[in-house]
Each structure stands twice: as structure tokens, then as C-alpha cells.
Write a protein that binds this ligand. Structure first.
Ligand code: FES
Length: 111
């Protein structure tokens, strides 16, 4: 089974809702997903800092990294990896597709 078959794509909204460059948070059920536009591409990750659950969508997008507004940890928007303390764990990232201007996030089916 390929990874594509284990994911289900959920509509987030229109790509024009996300500043370029910048971020916007969308909700799918109880899940908050931060969408970032940076250098012509779109990325998606959980809107939750791995240090202490800070709301990453309220932070700044700087040089391809989102900075947590609570204690300043940073995360690479492409990989989700923590690049600055106090966070050490990566934020979960999601695949994202744009079809006719609408964004869809790929979430695991059994999540
Ligand atoms: S909650 Fe994000 S750095 Fe502490």
C-alpha cells in the first residue's frame, strides 16, 4: 500500500486566504493546521508547538521558519524540524495539494 492510499485529503480553503509570504490557521475537526506560503510554495503543519503547545499560527514566519510566540522556538516549515530551542521535537507536517485554487491537506486515514 502506498502512502497516498493511507491518506485522505481534506479541503482547507482557498489559497488566496493565505498571505504571501505568511501563515493562516485552518481547522479540520479538532485539528488546527497552519498553512504557510513561502517563496512561491505552500506548506502545512500542526498549529501546536512541541515545547508547550504554543499556537504557532500566532508567531512570525521568518526565513522559512515559523517562530513560536510563547518562548521563541523555531520550526522549519518544509520539514517541521525544530531549529531553535527550547523545542527539540519536530512538528508534524502534512502534504498539501492545490486544485483550482483550493487547498487540500493529506491526513492519515486512521488519525
Ligand atoms: S510553547 Fe513554543 S517555545 Fe514554548
Amino acid at each position: 500500500m502506498t502512502d497516498e492510499l493511507t491518506r485522505r485529503f481534506y479541503k482547507l480553503g482557498n489559497v488566496d486566504q493565505v498571505p504571501d509570504p505568511g501563515t493562516k490557521v485552518f481547522t479540520i475537526g479538532k485539528r488546527r493546521i497552519l498553512v504557510a506560503r513561502w517563496e512561491g510554495k505552500i506548506y502545512a503543519m500542526d498549529d501546536r508547538c512541541t515545547h508547550d503547545d504554543g499556537p504557532l499560527g500566532e508567531g512570525e514566519l521568518v526565513d522559512g521558519e515559523v517562530e513560536c510566540p510563547r518562548h521563541g522556538a523555531r520550526f522549519d516549515i518544509k520539514t517541521g524540524k525544530a531549529t531553535c530551542l527550547p523545542a527539540v521535537g519536530a512538528v508534524r507536517i502534512y502534504s498539501i495539494e492545490v486544485r483550482e485554487g483550493e487547498m487540500y491537506a493529506g491526513l492519515p486515514q486512521n488519525d
